[in-house]
Ligand binder design. Structure first.
Ligand code: HEM
Length: 517
């Protein structure tokens, strides 16, 4: 909104407007005329007419009951008629790309006065541009779609693709060659896994978990098998369509019959001449509702095979009602004798499991990034809330039991961040083969750690926000979203216990024979 010229009032002048039909209040040195709004106020008229509110400074009462963004909504911002003489606002809003000043709200490499071993000025420049883009372009759509459950808007998809963000989410590699990244802030040659980490973090800090998956998560996991195992002709057709946002793709592996045990798949591919004929069902398929391509894991008479299946009359998708927003497009997919040319085979017949498994480390690492970013956002929410919420006449932060919860929350998110950055540094320096050998177990253990700590933090945050954390709107809405959806991260991309076990099995496998206690 353009800056308006406001009249200046004294507190005494405001105090005269304290009755029905003529009510003003002061909130953080700004004067609001709420005479006509009072009847429409979602919290009721009566609360605004009480002696301690009408004509008074209602700052403390207001921030105990509303998120600060309420006053930024145009319909409420326009209720402001003036400011208080010689007073300045105490609440300063951040510029979109400005890091939060709340302790632990940002990873330490972004906090003023701290040092780090991994991120360069190039990463810092990239992070600022990415946050600006995320806040200006993605955030408004995230808020809207998380609530109405509709697909990410095509306008946002087009802008994401113009910035080559979907391409960057696949990590460094040949697919970035010749692309202008984030309007040219960095070059494809400079792009590394820390840049990719930044992209994931910046897209996941709005408290809109369904929308995090709506943001083309299907592409992040469904396109790599095409890029790594598809024929050059298939790649030449499909990769540009998907990375330009004209077509959508998803990964269709899990079934009602088989989840983490991918070897139990029952979808069947039968060879008939130059075609595969595919029959079966897939469940929990992220972005499946609006996908044009499905990267499908199948059984065949010669073993497992992965096939790229375009949407056709023989492929149908049905939305699954889940605990998070339907904006993610989670689908039940049915293949009824879907016919696909054999040239759509990804990798060798019989080696399908290898194709499926080859992308798991990257997917799990990506989930760790997005999950940790959301966990940090919850820590920030709680630190702000304990500071502003007054109970029994004192801020919530004066309660030792509340501070003990915060100590655990902070320790968890910092431990996770440090482990993640250490693994990301390894990814930057290892070949793909080295990563498969040395990092699969670690990433499994890290994901188990992050998703467990995430749920503990969700529980603690719920206790801190109390009743506000069980409503999907108002003060605790971000905590409510996180509490409801944090189990997703513990399931998607590999169930938590299975991943912990993978980490330990890998360690046992590498135990030297010549050691004893
Ligand atoms: C310009 C002034 C105000 C505006 C624009 C406003 C707006 C709103 C809105 C949009 C809500 C719905 C909940 C949300 O979205 O956060 C709400 C709820 C509420 N408001 Fe206000 N409000 C104002 C002033 C006040 C004041 C001064 C009080 C002081 C007592 C108050 C008390 C409440 C209460 C008790 C609720 C219900 C909260 C809940 O359900 O947890 N409001 N208000």
């Amino acid at each position: 909104m353009a800056n308006r010229e406001f009249k200046s009032y004294t507190a005494e002048e405001v105090a005269k407007h304290n009755r029905e039909g003529d009510v003003w209040v002061i909130i953080d040195s700004k004067v609001y005329d709420i005479s006509r709004f009072a009847d429409l106020h979602p919290g009721g008229t009566g609360v605004l007419l009480t002696e301690s509110i009408a004509g008074r400074d209602a700052t403390q009462a207001f921030y105990g009951l509303h998120r600060q963004e309420v006053l930024l909504r145009p319909q409420y911002a326009r209720l402001q008629i003036g400011t208080i003489t010689d007073e300045e606002p105490t609440i300063r809003l951040l510029a979109v790309e400005e890091p939060s000043r709340v302790p632990y709200a940002e990873p330490s490499w972004l906090a003023a006065g701290y040092y780090n071993p991994y991120y360069t000025d190039n990463h810092k420049k990239f992070q600022r541009a990415m946050r600006k883009f995320a806040m200006e372009v993605v955030y408004p759509d995230a808020m809207k779609c998380e609530e109405n459950g509709k697909r990410i808007s095509q306008e946002v998809v087009d802008k994401l693709c113009e910035m080559n963000i979907p391409a960057m989410r696949l990590g460094p590699g040949k697919h970035l060659k010749g692309r202008t990244l984030l309007g040219g802030v960095i070059t494809p040659e400079e792009f590394d896994h820390f840049h990719e980490l930044i992209v994931n973090f910046e897209l996941s800090r709005f408290g809109t978990r369904g929308y995090v998956d709506a943001l083309l998560a299907g592409e992040v996991i469904g396109l790599p098998p095409v890029l790594n195992y598809g024929s050059p002709e298939l790649q030449a057709k499909v990769v540009p369509e998907v990375l330009s946002g004209k077509k959508f793709i998803c990964l269709a592996i899990s079934e009602a019959f088989a989840g983490s045990d991918v070897a139990g798949l029952q979808t069947v591919a039968v060879r008939e001449g130059d075609e595969w004929v595919i029959t079966g069902t897939k469940k929990w398929i992220t972005n499946g509702v609006f996908a044009d391509y499905f990267t499908v894991g199948c059984r065949s008479k010669d073993g497992y095979v992965v096939i790229l299946v375009p949407r056709s009359d023989n492929v149908s998708t049905k939305a699954i009602k889940t605990a998070y927003s339907s904006t993610a497009g989670t689908a039940y997919v049915t293949f009824e004798k879907a016919r696909v040319p054999v040239t759509n085979t990804l990798g060798k017949v019989g080696q399908g499991l290898q194709v499926i498994l080859s992308n798991f480390n990257h997917e799990r690492w990506m989930i760790v990034c997005t999950s940790l970013s959301a966990q940090r956002m919850v820590v920030e929410e709680c630190l702000k809330w304990v500071n502003q919420r007054i109970v029994f006449g004192k801020p919530l932060s004066s309660q030792p039991v509340v501070r003990a919860k915060l100590a655990n929350m902070i320790a968890r998110v910092e431990a996770g961040q440090n482990w993640l950055e250490s693994i990301t540094h390894q990814m930057n320096n290892m070949t793909y083969e080295e990563q498969s050998d040395k990092l699969a177990g670690q990433i499994g253990l890290l994901k188990q750690f992050i998703t467990r700590t995430g749920r503990e933090t969700a529980e603690d945050a719920t206790q801190i926000f109390g009743g506000r954390s069980i409503t999907a709107s108002g003060m605790g809405k971000l905590v409510e979203n996180y509490h409801r959806t944090s189990p997703y991260d513990a399931i998607l991309g590999g169930q938590e216990d299975v991943l912990g076990d993978l980490g330990v099995r890998q360690a046992i496998k590498k135990m030297p024979r010549n050691v004893k206690v």
